[in-house]
Ligand binder design. Sequence first.
Ligand code: CA
Length: 227
Amino acid sequence: MEQQLRILIIEDEKKFATALRAGLNAANYRAKSAATGEEGYFLASQETFDLIILDLMLPGCSGIDFLRTLRGHGVRTPVLALTARETVEDRVEALDCGADDYLIKPCALSELLARTRALVRRGKSVQVPMLSCEDLEMDLSTHRVTRGVATLNLTAKEFEVIEYFLRHSGRVVSRETLAREVWRTTERATPINNVIDVTIARLRRKLDDPFAHKLLRTVRGMGYVLG
Ligand code: CA
């Protein structure tokens, strides 16, 4: 299954963010949005995106602050800056701080999609890190997951779960943490726990069943640990 490309939208204007997210999802991207730079930075530190669409005019931490922090931490995800201001200085500052391209708002969705395609293409040639644990490897640029010489055929959710485990390997990850960080819900009810249990069971079938050495262990009453 082809993994959908992930896009993070950082935009405080709710209506615009919602329309943008809907437009990108309709174009077969997987878009998430954050209303502040802080929230955006949190999401960007939790998972890997193929593109960040960043409004420069944000309350609190500005788009420029966000860019400086992001690039300062060595994150090279392509960034498309959106600006309402038509001043040259604004655009220059964004480009100087590490934005890859910009668009002036209001912009047509078709143009934004065209820029998105171009940036994602360009971004793919940038080297993206590998995550690994023992013989399990995840290539974040191709979204390919392998164990030894075998390629694991994962669903999008299984991929997200294994990515989370890889980023926290050797540590116990509770169901509550998975619910919050991967399913993005703070629900404490049985249905979400069942969904998590079923996903973990399916993941184990692909990740561990064919191998003598098991990577994903259950820590009774606490959660799961990879490696
Ligand atoms: Ca704004």
